[in-house]
Design a protein. Sequence first.
Lengths: 158, 133
Amino acid sequence: MTTPKEPTSLYDAPPDFVFDPSRMASMMTRHGHGGWLGLKYRDHGEGWFELELPWREELVGMPESGVLASGPIISMMDNATSMAVWTRTGKFVPHATLDLRVDYMRAAVPGRDLIGHGECYKLTRTIAFIRGVAHDGDIDDPVAHVIGTFMATHGTYL
Amino acid sequence: MSHQNLPPYAEALGIAMDHDESGDPVLYVDFSDRILGRPGFLHGGALSGLMEMAGFAALRAELGRRGEEMRIKPVNIQVEFMRGGTEQRTFAMGKVTRAGRRVALVNVEAWQDDRNKQIALAQMKFLLSPAEG
């Protein structure tokens, strides 16, 4: 018996692929940009998904203070909200980020891991509306808020 | 301008200064697995990261021309993704549209092989305050 080769991305997955958030997360956190960032899966539920971004020197945006660059925060939130969409559809739908707005409440504390909580709050046939919060332990003291949209590129969400 | 230092994040991704376009620094990043999103495409977050670096660089250049030492704090960024970035070199350049005493607005565009076909646009807002010491 041969075990099928584990796809490195959902986009390589067969059409009948059942969306499995934790399996999906392990692809995303091992390969490409998510892999380089060191993103880790935390938790998920219907319509939400959480990732973690461990602090490391290479991700620093302000060398004098050790504060994380905002690029990694955007990337984590892009991925967490993207996955949140699929926890809501219950299936994998190829999509692309249309827009993303990030509001920075405060600088991330140097040395502290960041948590990205992503939510999909509304689906239409082709647009997914998302929002999310990045924090370092206390969601009531957020580092950043994000809001944005994804568009289904092949097929529809509903 | 070219001696503006880029942070560890930029260096790790290979983001570097390309040239000046009438005083505005043009940054670039070569494609690698480190910035790969969905197969064959640039990750939107990595692209946003490049654009943010370009936005910061444009604002520092503008403040430098004015001879002002200011602390720069990002307030927010809005990114519009217009085309999927493919496996090639990506450029980004910021333009300061308004820099007053306290608030600065910077527009950033990103493109690949065709300068006239932007793959993304971003608008960034910064809070400015006098540098201490």
